[in-house]
Design a protein. Structure first.
Length: 391
């Protein structure tokens, strides 16, 4: 029997895939990655077994996800098209790495995934698998199987006694992990519809948000958030805690008309409470501690970095090179940022650092002023020299 390793999420698609592959004489090894999606993983294991998987691997990868994927994204300030913190995109290369490992361990020569032919995740998983082991083959059932609609797939699932949870009451396509949730489909497919409140998975509605502003102080060491209100947290605990706090204040909802890798525009809604709090604070500390040209250049890099991650090029040489540049910029990104969380906004209200480049004696308008204003005249004349008289 041909052996395959399936990236199994526990949702309808990957459950149907198990059954579909079995019908075609494949032995299916399911791999479920725990990236902090907070689902009942044992129940999903049981579902995979019942549907016909010969073996189910469940691995808690949260620690590795935070250390090797989320933290680099924080240091980079990685945001795609101004609104997407890349939660899904960051998870895929990690999942792919384990798919490849398990395939080696199990002597399987094929990886199977449940991504559609229109999305980004197929590109991310296949590119990563190709880079990590080009000998492995790929099967993407959703691109080739006979079901032409969701309805047909549900009909098949019912026939195979696969539990169907995607009903009219749960009409969205979701992908959740520690770094946030991506929400698509249903009413959101019309870009003119306001996202209904039930689309949101992590944050309270603005109406239910706390009526009192909450102040927090986030401490960073070399670009990594390490403390909250003076208390030290491991990064993973910090993210969980900030997700909770941010959710109370409706922080981190975005609504994006997104350019997908395959050229389609799609409407995507995201939530990333901890992510937006951390990135807002991190950028602020960089504004305080980075010199101007490094800061300017780093913004260009941030955009390129986000695109690389989005496009599935995590395991590319350029990505490694950018990481090296970014790491160099983070040496002095230590300090504290005070923030106010209130009704959907997270506002920086204070910042301090022993590496601050702010010099009060230059900025002040009081008699403590040490800035030699006389120098400005020559500076302006020389700066204007190439242009004067050319207007
Ligand atoms: N558009 C996002 C991305 O490409 C999210 C995709 C999420 N997938 C899902 N099943 N909702 O990263």
């Amino acid at each position: 029997m041909k052996k395959v390793v399936l990236a199994y999420s526990g949702g309808l698609d990957t459950a149907c895939i198990i059954s579909w592959l079995k019908e075609r004489d494949y032995q299916v090894i399911a791999f479920l990655a725990d990236l902090g999606q907070q689902e009942d993983l044992e129940m999903l294991r049981e579902r995979a077994q019942r549907t016909g998987a010969s073996k189910v691997y469940i691995k808690n990868l949260q620690q590795e996800f935070v250390q090797d994927f989320i933290i680099p994204a924080i240091k980079a300030n990685a945001v795609y098209e101004n609104k997407y913190l890349l939660a899904t995109a960051l998870g895929r290369p990690l999942i792919a790495k384990y798919l490849v490992d398990i395939a080696h361990q199990e002597n399987a020569d094929t990886i199977v995934h449940g991504c559609t032919g229109k999305g980004n995740d197929q590109v991310r998983i296949e590119l990563a698998v190709n880079i990590l082991d080009p000998r492995l083959k790929i099967i993407a059932p959703l691109r080739i199987w006979e079901f032409k609609s969701r309805e047909q797939e549900i009909e098949y699932a019912l026939k195979k006694e696969i539990p169907v949870e995607v009903t009219k009451s749960k009409p969205y396509s979701l992908d959740k992990n520690l770094w946030g949730v991506s929400i698509e489909c249903g009413l959101l497919e019309d870009p003119n519809n306001e996202p209904p409140e039930d689309a949101f998975q992590m944050t309270k509605s603005l109406l239910a948000a706390s009526d009192n502003p909450e102040y927090i102080v986030l401490g960073f060491e070399q670009g990594v958030p390490v403390s909250l209100d003076g208390k030290t947290y491991a990064p993973q605990d910090m993210i969980e805690k900030l997700n909770e706090i941010g959710a109370q204040h409706t922080i981190g909802r975005t609504d994006l008309m997104e350019n997908r890798i395959v050229g389609i525009k799609s409407r995507e809604v995201y939530e990333a409470p901890a992510g937006w709090i951390i990135l807002t604070a991190h950028k602020e500390l960089e504004a305080l501690n980075l010199d101007r040209i490094t800061s300017d250049f780093k913004q260009v890099i941030a955009d390129q970095y986000a695109r690389l991650v989005y496009q599935g090029l995590w395991y590319s040489p350029l990505k490694r090179a950018l990481d090296a540049f970014i790491a160099q910029t983070q040496k002095n990104i230590s300090g504290q940022v005070r923030m106010k969380l209130y009704k959907g906004c997270c506002t920086v209200v204070g910042r301090n650092s022993k590496y601050s480049l702010y010099k009060k004696e230059f900025a002040t308008y009081t008699e403590q002023d040490k800035f030699d204003q006389g120098l400005a005249e020559g500076f302006i004349k020389i700066t204007g020299l190439p242009y004067v008289g050319n207007g």
